[in-house]
Design a protein around this ligand. Structure first.
Ligand code: SF4
Length: 369
């Protein structure tokens, strides 16, 4: 297949579904790690098309959803109280902090800007030498190369008014955390194709071996997802547990060496707090100490405050795949995309928002499950 439309073609999707129905003989529970995969599964109605034996559990792979509340509060504080130009990708600015979101801070007069690239933030710093510019660097391994490049570029330009507020999270430790949770019952994983495009495959084979689960690196189109599910089911039915790569048209075993090099030059691995999950050891990246001048976390003193989560929000259980969004008592009533109580209802990749926007298909499946 050559064109994107071919990965959405009904006859291709139907072919994979036929194979899946032929393959599956008993119940299996598979987690798609990435929020983009969740969104595609729900939006395209694929959950309704799978045989009832196949339960898909939605994983923690939405970086906006797992950014801790206190970091959002810090970004709001920098924009409101320190007068910085706070730059961010669009999704992040709607996520509620403990008192307000970046969008509400913007409405109240703070200089918050939505950008498509951190390099635009470097340009802003060049154009505003008397203002501090902070880029809210949120994301998995996918966005890290561009964020790292922005630091290198700012350094090259000799800028002293640019820094990043890093909240990078890593997928393999998240899979480990899910598997270590005694409540989990995941039997196979669809790993995130775009993450492996950068990082390659070498971290995933050991996970498959350690936990005795198939891990299939999978893309995002309907045909990709069903193919990934089929490959996982074939392993499960045969009692196998290895790494497969469904997304071969994009993912090379070595990933993208140039991107990995830039990441290594700018970031170091650190323990990271995941909203709703807690601290996962060695699960994030922060700016290396030698580049501390570009680390907004160190550059600005911010009053320490531990904000409390909304007590009715069960985002942690949703992110770990223990509960589905509609099983939250607040889903669709007090909590909606216009009035979100937790991050998974805000981000376009959040499981709660995906269920809300495409509710009919999802809830029909949920009732069956
Ligand atoms: S529906 Fe809302 S309150 Fe419930 S888990 Fe999702 S984000 Fe939290």
């Amino acid at each position: 297949m050559k064109y994107l439309a071919e990965y959405r073609a009904p006859e291709v999707v139907e072919g994979y579904l036929r194979e899946i129905r032929k393959t599956v003989t008993r119940p299996w529970t598979i987690m798609e790690v990435c929020g983009g995969q969740t969104h595609s599964l729900v939006k395209n109605g694929l959950l309704n098309l799978l045989p009832p034996e196949v339960q898909m559990i939605h994983g923690p792979g939405c970086p906006v959803c797992v950014t801790p509340l206190h970091l959002i509060d810090k970004a709001v504080f920098l924009a409101q109280e320190r007068g910085v130009i706070l730059c961010s990708f669009g999704d992040m600015i709607r996520v509620p902090g403990s008192r307000r979101s970046l969008l509400e801070a913007k409405a109240a007069g703070a200089d918050v800007r939505i950008l498509y690239s951190p390099l635009e933030a470097v340009k802003l710093a060049q154009e505003n030498p008397n203002r501090e510019v902070v880029f809210f660097a949120v994301g998995f391994e996918t966005t890290a190369p561009a964020n790292a490049l922005s630091v290198q570029y700012a350094r090259q330009l000799g800028l002293t008014n640019y820094s990043i507020l890093a909240s990078h999270v890593l997928v393999p430790p998240a899979i480990q955390a899910v598997m270590a949770d005694p409540e989990t019952h995941i039997q196979g994983f669809l790993a995130a194709g775009h993450v492996c495009t950068i990082m390659g495959l070498d971290q995933y084979a050991p996970l498959a071996a350690q936990y005795g689960v198939p891990v299939v690196v999978t893309g995002f189109e309907p045909a990709d997802l069903l193919h990934g599910i089929l490959l996982t089911l074939k392993q499960l039915e045969n009692g196998e547990c290895r790494l497969d790569n469904q997304y071969t048209r994009v993912v090379k075993p070595e990933g993208n060496p140039q991107a990995r090099q830039v990441i290594d030059q700018v970031f170091e691995v650190v323990d990271r707090e995941w909203r709703g999950v807690g601290v996962i050891p060695q699960s994030g990246w922060d700016v290396r100490p030698e580049l501390a001048a570009f680390n907004a976390n160190l550059k600005f003193e911010v009053p320490q405050q531990r904000a409390a989560e909304c007590p009715d929000c069960i985002a942690g259980q949703v992110l770990k795949g223990i509960k589905k969004p509609h099983q939250c008592s607040q889903f669709g009533t007090r909590c909606t995309p216009l009035n979100p109580l937790g991050a998974p209802m805000v981000s376009s990749e959040g499981a709660c928002a995906a269920y809300y926007h495409y509710a009919q298909a999802s809830l029909a499946v949920a009732e069956v499950g």
